[in-house]
Design a protein around this ligand. Structure first.
Ligand code: NAD
Ligand code: ZN
Length: 347
């Protein structure tokens, strides 16, 4: 038994910092990492407040946290890509490498994937974790640990930009200016969009997004997104529309946004079904793509951050110590419109 401190979700609405047995050997191809920064994700908060996300139910105490960066402290046999002392961030999902999905390159949709802080797999709000070297990525010197812990949500944005098939000069729309929508907007700009129109009902979130060059904010309580798009594109429509709110309502009228032959990318995960005007999509050959997490995006995400093309630092709203991790989660539950990402410093 190796008891270690961790932030444990005991059951719905019950979080505690306590000792838990997480002993793990550093096997072949694995590394041990001392966690440095862990971001609080909407999914962690949802497990806290609801005890489940769809079919994933917290039936036993589970350590939270999956957006992480740290330092390699030990390397297992046959690890050549990393050494002790390397600053790294980690992909939280470990697929079965021999599964059919993995062999197709779609390891993010491998049904057997083991993803941190998705029941019954523990997350990383604890001092150390053992992880495959192949899902552990070195951080360049000019990318901080706090930024390293932002690579996970930004990789979702990267996957969305990829699935959109952005071409230089495209005009994009992003529905929802939460952390995911804002990071999708930044990935879309980095991927070649000339401008991104981002829509939300919370003005402070729009203000944070609109501080970036190339992002145009629309408050949906004051204007119709379709009107703004029509005005900016002479009635043609947006090349790409990213749905990042997860609100079923955002799908109402979404077909007014893309141009003929344009693309809608579903990133938000609505609870339940949404209205979709299939005839409106079909008669204009609107392409619909979906995104689930990411595959092969971490190295590209890190490269963009290191290049200076993407700066995620303004999205870090507050940093709590590990001792105050429960307070960090309670603040995340408050969902202040001025907060984007809350992080927990582990050292
Ligand atoms: P969030 O709740 O912080 O942000 C959602 C934003 O949408 C909020 O700012 C809200 O005000 C806004 N909104 C609500 N209704 C709207 C509407 N009708 N039009 C425009 N904006 C509206 O959530 P988040 O962490 O940014 O995540 C966004 C969504 O992405 C969630 O549904 C989440 O489950 C999903 N998600 C998907 C993936 C994936 O791999 N596909 C990964 C992470 C998160
Ligand atoms: Zn996350």
């Amino acid at each position: 038994m190796a008891m270690v401190p961790a932030l444990v979700l005991e059951r719905q609405n019950a979080l505690s910092i306590r000792e838990i047995d997480l002993s793990q050997d550093v096997g072949r191809g694995m590394v041990r990492i001392a966690l440095d920064v862990v971001g609080v994700c909407g999914s962690d908060v949802h497990y806290y407040t609801h005890g489940r996300i769809g079919p994933f139910v917290v039936n036993a105490p589970m350590v939270l946290g999956h957006e992480a960066a740290g330092v390699v402290t030990e390397v297992g046999a046959e690890v050549t890509s990393l050494k002790q002392g390397d600053r790294v961030c980690m992909e939280p999902g470990i697929p079965d490498p021999s599964s059919r999905a993995s062999r197709l390159g779609l390891y993010n949709v491998d049904p057997a994937v083991r993803f941190w802080a998705t029941p019954p797999i523990h997350g990383v709000l604890t001092p150390h974790v053992v992880h495959p070297a192949s899902y552990t990525f070195k951080l360049p010197d000019n990318v901080s640990m706090a930024e390293g812990a932002m690579v996970e949500p930004f990789a979702v944005g990267m996957q969305a930009a990829f699935k959109a098939g952005i071409r230089p000069g495209d005009t994009a729309v992003v529905l929802g200016a939460g952390p995911i929508g804002t990071m999708v907007a930044l990935a879309a700009l980095a991927g070649g969009c000339a401008r991104v129109i981002i829509a939300d009902l919370a003005q402070p979130k729009l203000d944070i997004a609109a501080a970036y060059q190339g992002i145009i904010a629309v408050n949906i309580t004051k204007a119709r997104v379709a009107d703004v798009v029509a005005e900016l594109t002479d009635g043609w429509g947006a090349d790409v529309v990213f749905e990042c709110s997860g609100a079923p309502k955002a799908w109402e009228g979404i077909m007014d946004l893309p141009r003929p032959g344009g693309t809608i990318v579903a990133v938000g995960l609505p609870m339940g079904t949404v209205p979709l005007d299939v005839a409106a999509a079909t008669t204009r050959e609107v392409r619909i793509e979906t995104v689930f997490r990411y595959a092969h995006q971490y190295d590209r995400a890190i490269a963009l951050m290191a290049s200076g093309k993407v700066d995620l630092k303004p999205l870090i709203s507050a940093t709590y110590t590990f001792e105050n991790a429960v307070a960090a989660f309670d603040r995340a539950v408050e969902a202040r419109p001025t907060d984007v990402k809350i992080q927990i410093s582990m050292r």
